[in-house]
Design a binder for this molecule. Structure first.
Ligand SMILES: CC(C)(COP(=O)(O)OP(=O)(O)OC[C@H]1O[C@@H](n2cnc3c(N)ncnc32)[C@H](O)[C@@H]1OP(=O)(O)O)[C@@H](O)C(=O)NCCC(=O)NCCS
Length: 174
């Protein structure tokens, strides 16, 4: 298994393959996203996010097939996610953490490839050498592989429950 950083062009060219990984990971029972959401990821979310400052995309390949990916960008107030978090998190967290952070948007491993360290490897390449001072993400409040992975990697829980089943996690990069 190899993890590479993709350019924007490589990311967009791989979008159909990435959407299949997305559907495998997020379509699994307990996540329950559907093909229409994977198509929206391919045709709307990825092109929009790939234009953001600080966009970084990593993909894991095995036998030349993409089996997992992760990506993020520089988060700023005025963007949907940052503004939504700012409305729900305590003022001191908003002040200290939101704006200019690296925001992990998505981490996904095809369901039949999970449990072998691919997610951990994607995380490490995604977070390596970032110029940002801090990073943020939201993940589930309940006990699942994703929150366990982030906590293992040193992320701290900033807000245990934002009110819609998600917790806010932060990582200082200084
Ligand atoms: C979260 C996700 C990306 C993790 O990917 P993964 O490749 O399974 O991650 P890892 O293999 O690094 O870690 C998963 C588990 O396998 C274990 N593991 C890793 N390598 C292992 C090995 N060689 N032998 C045995 N177990 C191993 C880890 O310890 C971890 O165990 P835990 O969940 O009990 O803590 C994946 O589960 C996924 O795509 N989930 C659905 C989408 C999602 O939740 N995305 C995150 C959004 S916030």
């Amino acid at each position: 298994m190899i993890v590479d950083v993709l350019t924007v062009q490589e990311t967009l060219e791989a979008a159909p393959e990435l959407a299949a990984v997305y559907l495998s990971a997020f379509g699994a029972p307990g996540y329950d996203e559907d093909a229409a959401r994977a198509e929206e990821f391919r045709s709307e979310q990825l092109p929009l996010h790939s234009e953001r400052d600080g966009f970084k995309f990593v993909a894991a390949r095995s036998d030349h097939r993409i089996i997992g990916f992760g990506y993020g960008f520089t988060g700023q107030r005025g963007q949907w996610w940052s503004d939504r978090i700012a409305e729900s998190a305590p003022a001191e967290i908003v002040e200290e953490w939101i704006g200019g952070h690296f925001e992990i948007v998505s981490l996904a491993v095809a369901v039949d490839e999970q449990g072998r360290g691919v997610g951990a490897a994607l995380h490490d390449v995604l977070m390596a050498d970032l110029p940002h001072g801090k990073a943020l993400l939201t993940t589930w409040v309940d006990d699942r592989p994703a929150p366990r992975l982030y906590r293992r990697k040193g992320w701290q829980v900033l807000v245990p429950d934002l009110g819609w089943g998600s917790a806010l996690y932060g990582l200082s990069l200084r």
